[in-house]
Design a protein around this ligand. Structure first.
Ligand code: KIV
Ligand code: ZN
Length: 523
């Protein structure tokens, strides 16, 4: 395939330093076990990151184990570990990295006046002395040493240049300039990188790195500006997780460089098709979902609901999309059918479901669709089938939940247990029961037994669709069956029942997908 204009533009390589397992993992709600960290590290290597910061071995024995396992098992990326400029920390890094093919020790010390005075109680000269000691000791254990000047963006620029020069002279190869508290702005950080590249003695042989936090929501913009100022490495995390408001989001930075290659003249080694799977893996591991409207990896990133946008998209994708969903790992754009949708999108979806309607039939279904959309936030394929075929026909197209019971509790003695009765399409009832780690888990396990379906759940969310204490809950489920992804939903005033309906909605779609679908003819 011929390269696109952007791909053909000559571009400077930018190293992607992923710190999901260190800066990301140390944030609330994101801690991971050693085996989870190892799993994610393999996925980061597959994604194509250049450097994986595996952890901070001096911080805990769990981090010692995790970093050593990653260094031993993961290939294809440099493995870095973090240390303060203390002999003990640096030696812990060296031990953890013993089996790494390409090890990097990353040492840091605070340089800003605020941190010098209140955190370290050190003078400028003492900070330089410690930085030099740290880098020199790290060099005794690894050729590849990175130095970070913590809180660099609130450090006097002339002093920062002096510390960076001393770290380079002591053997550092990469100079990281962290905006530790997410304080800077794009114009300021760009100017700082230009200044440092001009002022630091030996700068021409060093890689300058940006490490931006998101306290003002500027981490990605600031990292891009640092690249414009000459940064050759960017430190970021999957889904932007990290201390407080997080770090620069890897997927956003990479796609900005990719989509706007003509502007930035920079490229990365990232296999962008792995961005969504890696983001989802992290969400599954930590239980921290990304918000729906998150750029690139959020559920709404390629979803269109308004009639005008859907009409434009059906004519030419470029009207409302600047990147292809497939290029970042989604299967396709999504036309969400809701009360803002128009006839064109409805007709398109019905056609993809196998229904070809004439003008009058479409008018009838569209009227029913609009009435339903006033009551329901999102209209799913099953709702459309019910509209076209009639509720009775749709209801007999799969398993129905006739009865369910869940018992649960807290404490060592409690064993969440669920029993279900389903009616299959021939009217036969199936009773099953199962235990689980919690009530939802037990309920899903009982449903899996009753249907003999293995479902790999990718995301599960419950939200209220009405207000008040008798609010209707809507459960949404995305799961893989036979390697194919299905989405389903269920609504009830009881969230367990809504969850069971969502599970069955997915199950019925999967069962239907196994059968060759006869194109429906309307009566
Ligand atoms: O934000 C920061 O300053 C850091 C350094 C330790 C690199 O994470
Ligand atoms: Zn940080």
């Amino acid at each position: 395939m011929a390269p696109t204009a952007a791909e053909a533009t000559p571009a400077r390589p930018i190293r992607i330093f992923d710190t999901t397992l260190r800066d990301g993992e140390q944030s609330p709600g994101c801690s991971m076990t050693a085996s989870q960290k190892l799993r994610l590290a393999h996925s980061l290597a597959d994604l194509g990151v250049d450097i994986i910061e595996a952890g901070f071995p001096a911080s805990s024995t769990a981090d010692v184990q995790a970093t050593a396992a990653i260094a031993r098992d993961v290939r294809g990326a440099t493995i870095a570990t973090l240390a303060r400029c203390h002999a003990g920390d640096i030696e812990a890094c060296a031990r953890a990295l013993e089996h790494a093919h390409s090890p990097r020790i990353h040492v840091f010390i605070s340089t800003s006046p605020l941190h010098r005075e209140h955190k370290l109680g050190l003078s400028r000269d003492e900070v330089i002395e410690r930085a030099v000691m740290g880098v020199a000791l790290a060099r005794q254990h690894a050729d590849d040493v990175e130095f970070s000047a913590e809180d660099a963006l609130r450090t006097e620029p002339d002093f920062l240049a002096q510390v960076c020069g001393a770290a380079l002279a002591a053997g550092a190869r990469t100079l990281n300039i962290p905006d530790t508290v997410g304080y800077t702005t794009p114009a300021e950080i760009r100017a700082l990188f230009e200044y440092l590249r001009a002022q630091v003695p030996g700068a021409e042989g060093a890689v300058f790195s940006a490490h931006c936090h998101d306290d003002l929501g500027l981490a990605v913009a600031n990292s891009l500006a640092a690249i414009e100022g000459g940064a050759g490495q960017v430190e970021c995390t999957i889904n932007g997780i990290g201390e407080r408001a997080g770090n620069c989001a890897l997927e956003e930075l990479v796609m900005a460089l990719n989509v706007r290659r003509g502007w930035f003249g920079a490229r990365t080694r990232i296999d962008t098709r792995r961005l969504v799977p890696t983001s989802r893996l992290l969400s599954r591991i930590t239980g921290m979902q990304v918000q729906r409207n998150k750029a690139v990896v959020g559920l709404n990133a390629f979803a269109h609901e308004s009639g005008i946008h859907q009409h434009g998209m059906l004519r030419h994708r470029g009207t409302y999309e600047i990147m292809r969903p497939q290029d970042v790992g989604w299967q396709q754009s999504q036309m969400v059918l809701g009360r803002h949708s128009g006839r064109a999108a409805l007709a398109d979806r019905l056609q993809s479901l196998g229904f070809t309607l004439d003008e009058a039939q479409l008018n009838g279904v569209f009227a029913g669709f609009k009435a339903l959309a006033e009551k329901k936030r999102e209209i799913f394929d099953a709702d459309l089938e019910a509209l076209v075929l009639g509720a009775d026909a749709a209801a007999t197209r799969g398993y129905r939940l006739a009865r369910w019971h869940v018992s649960t509790g807290v404490g060592a003695e409690s064993l969440p247990t669920a029993s279900v009765r389903l009616i299959d399409t021939s009217g036969v009832s199936i009773d099953e029961a199962a235990v689980g780690d919690g009530p939802v888990h037990a309920l899903f396990a009982a449903l899996a037994r009753a249907t003999a379906l293995e479902m790999e759940i990718e995301s599960y969310q419950v939200s209220s669709v009405t207000t008040g204490d008798d609010a209707q809950g809507q459960a949404s489920l995305t799961a893989r069956v036979d390697g194919v992804e299905f989405t389903g939903s269920g609504t009830s005033t009881d969230i367990l029942e809504a969850s069971a309906h969502a599970w069955l909605d997915v199950a019925n779609r999967a069962v239907r997908a196994r059968r060759p679908r006869a194109v429906a003819a309307l009566a």
